[in-house]
Design a protein around this ligand. Sequence first.
Ligand SMILES: C[S@@+](CC[C@H](N)C(=O)[O-])C[C@H]1O[C@@H](n2cnc3c(N)ncnc32)[C@H](O)[C@@H]1O
Length: 388
Amino acid sequence: MSIEKFNDLFTELNQSIERDDFVKITLSKPLSKRNELTNVYIRLIYIKEEAQLSFTYRYKTNDQVKNYAFSEAKQLIADLLLASFRFATLFTLEKDVQVFVSKKKVVTTKNQYPSFKNKPPETHNKPKERKITNSEFLKHLGISDKEGNIIHKMADKYRQINKYLEIIDDLVSSSKLSNTIHIVDMGSGKGYLTFALYDFLTNQKGFDVEITGIELRQKLVDYCNDIAKKCDFEKLKFECKSIEDYTEKRIDILIALHACDTATDDAIFKGLSSKSDIIITAPCCHKQIRQQVKGTAQESPILKYGIFKERQFEMVTDTMRALLLEKENYQTKIFEFVSNEHTRKNVMLVGKKSSKKNDSKLIGQKIEQLKSDFGVTEHYLEKLIKEA
Ligand SMILES: C[S@@+](CC[C@H](N)C(=O)[O-])C[C@H]1O[C@@H](n2cnc3c(N)ncnc32)[C@H](O)[C@@H]1O
């Protein structure tokens, strides 16, 4: 029986369930490149308190999820390994168990150091729909390999992209945007998120979008324009210039993800000046306010400790950004958009233009109070708005 070939794997699986440290099983390396099924991802779930294994079948263009009782699941894993895949890994908190099936169907099993320190939640939540399905651009950007499998070290980036598309999907669905959406991504870098957004909005959502990436580094601009051409993304282009020098009047959605320090303010300001419907930022390296208060005695004992001081001024900087947006009649939200297990740069500040007038006087007072509480003389975005 095929299942006996995998006794070692299933013994390890049983033991990890008993130890309560099962993470997941993945089946990878399809036997044929033409195989529509690229990998299978198996996690533990509980249905009416009964443990089952939930299989996510990852096809080139979509995912399918099916749940099985253990005995059935083991037979399926054995069948899949003999018919479709060369490789399986059982991830537990104690070890990774790697299974290799040779061309002659000889099975070898070896143990490795564990890749995971924490278990995923054992729920029956439907896995989130993946936003990226057709993924030619992922290959060009080095996120997936030639077979379309996500490269291990790019898994966090891939997760971040999907999360980001989920957020944009909600924002776009709840906004009234014009027929052709003009999007500018300021500080677009290597363009991971810019490409994903273009693909998602045009190829999946059917919007007519024009996306421009603004980036200081010529090398990255050339790299991204070249990939846009290879992918036939006709209305995606990248320009080498600084955010400050961007002068196009029309922006419907302004994006600035991890644009360094005050580049985020420059980008928000461009969004405000063009009355952008949506402003999406993920601020990073908050130096401006921190440097301003350097050496100034701080009243609060919290500010005695370097690490807390840094966090405090990140919060002050971004709260003031949000207040300044609210003063301009935007509704704002600040939230963590990916788990901070993967990156500390995980705060997202989103502004949505509202027809409702905010109490700008009251907001102005809140800004002044915040400045006085933390000894801040000026916020860079505030300066830009004042000078305009
Ligand atoms: C940390 S990377 C982020 C890239 C991308 N947005 C992402 O999240 O993957 C920041 C990028 O912004 C660019 N940048 C920083 N300041 C800029 C400015 N004032 N104008 C244009 N680009 C800028 C940098 O060259 C860099 O490529």
